[in-house]
Design a protein around this ligand. Structure first.
Ligand SMILES: *Cc1c(COP(=O)(O)O)cnc(C)c1O
Length: 396
């Protein structure tokens, strides 16, 4: 067949981003400078937060967030295994141990009811994830966190533009509703700068720390030194990192922010269309959205029929020119966590079900309805084949 493969995701970039990058390259100032400052300001205004600090990725954002909270050697951070591995890795970078709790079977986000049992005298923070853009139950989690005097970090890597109903008003993820939220600008997310990240907080002290640490803990900014009329000698006041975002990336990010409302509208329309048309296929479980959440639909994940072989199902779709991914991974099944039995103290049954029995269907801004129809037809076809072969093996 001569048909183009439908990708699982596709960043929406164009001439505007190319022109922005060109403008910065020709300006002569290419790393953390005026474009980063402008991107931070526009980002902060969009999510409705006092402070936004740009960094090189969400992974580095998570590292700085945990360090600002004083998380370090010997501490424990309660989080999910069922997330991209960077969530757990960031905890390990601080010297602390991630303690995994299961996700709930309905929304596939951290199960607030499972958090309290995981709290010990060593717990220093809770790190929740708005998985695939679907807001987690921050209100319930925050109640537990406050009761135990624990700070809450939100891994909002996928959640740019997602909203949560907060005291009767729709608010954007990143306000933050916990203490610090961390975003990603990887091409698999909505807004992309190639790579990049953002920290948001209402706490000015933490924001100052992020700004210091991302630039080697150098006590004078490049811009201040550049513009100084008198000679300035800088100092490196503590251990720092190079976690800078470049001005080239920030200029691209500013153009992406302008596209975000259109991206959200399109993705929500396509997700609603998937809901409607896939609901007619028996055996396929649709993603659920709580009444207090508006997802940005960073990913659209469906659950396969019971006993359906995930790899074969995905291969069948790929044979028809449709690219998919398996559901969100589990960190505890990967090599860095294989020997860390201390991380796995509780059953992670639902987490493993998400990884083994869900798949991510193609969803991206430029997707046409005809392309979406091809995906839906292929899913229906694969289901029919599965049920036919299951019947012949007396499975159903
Ligand atoms: C993508 C992702 C990350 C990592 O983001 P980077 O910007 O690539 O470092 C972290 N957590 C979650 C939940 C993610 O989806």
């Amino acid at each position: 067949m001569d048909r183009k493969v439908i990708p699982v995701a596709n960043p929406w970039l164009g001439e505007k981003e190319a022109a922005a990058a060109r403008r910065v390259i020709l300006s002569g100032w290419v790393t953390q400078g005026p474009e980063v400052a402008a991107f931070e300001k526009e980002f902060a205004e969009y999510v409705g937060v006092p402070h936004a600090c740009a960094v090189s990725s969400c992974t580095t954002a998570l590292h700085l967030a945990l360090r600002a909270l004083g998380v370090g050697d010997g501490d424990e951070v309660i989080t999910v295994s069922n997330s991209f591995i960077a969530t757990a890795n960031a905890v390990c970078y601080t010297g602390a141990l991630p303690v995994f709790v299961d996700v709930d079977p309905c929304y596939h986000n951290i199960d607030p009811e499972k958090i309290e049992q995981a709290i010990t005298s060593l717990t220093r923070a809770i790190l929740c994830v708005h998985q695939v853009g679907m807001p987690c139950d921050v209100k319930s989690i925050l109640e537990i966190a406050r009761k135990h005097g624990l700070p809450l970090v939100e891994d909002a890597a996928c959640a740019m533009g997602s909203e949560i109903l907060w005291n009767g008003r729709w608010e954007r993820i990143g306000k933050p509703h916990g203490d610090i939220a961390c975003f990603s600008f990887h091409p698999r997310k909505l807004v992309t700068t190639g790579d990049g990240g953002m920290l948001t907080t209402a706490n000015a002290d933490w924001d100052r720390k992020f700004r210091l640490w991302r630039q080697h803990s150098m006590n004078v900014s490049d811009a201040a030194r550049h513009n100084a009329q008198q000679v300035v000698f800088e100092e490196y006041v503590e251990l720092g990192y190079n976690y800078r975002l470049t001005d080239i990336q920030a200029a691209v990010g500013r153009e992406q922010l302008k596209r975000l409302p259109a991206m959200l509208e399109r993705r929500r329309m396509l997700a609603t269309r998937y809901d409607k048309l896939l609901s007619e296929i028996p055996g396929i479980g649709l993603p659920k959205q709580p009444c207090w959440a508006h997802s940005n639909w960073q990913s659209y994940c469906v659950r396969l029929p019971e006993r359906c072989d995930q790899r074969r199902f995905m291969q069948k779709l790929l044979d028809e020119g449709i690219s998919t991914r398996r559901g969100v991974m589990c960190a505890h099944r990967e090599a860095p966590y294989a020997d860390m039995s201390q991380c796995v103290r509780f059953p992670l049954t639902e987490s493993e079900i998400v990884q083994d029995r869900t798949i991510v269907l193609p969803l991206y801004h430029q997707m046409t309805e005809a392309e979406q129809d091809r995906v839906i037809a292929a899913v229906a076809n694969a289901c029919t084949l599965f049920f036919a072969s299951a019947r012949s093996q007396q499975l159903v």
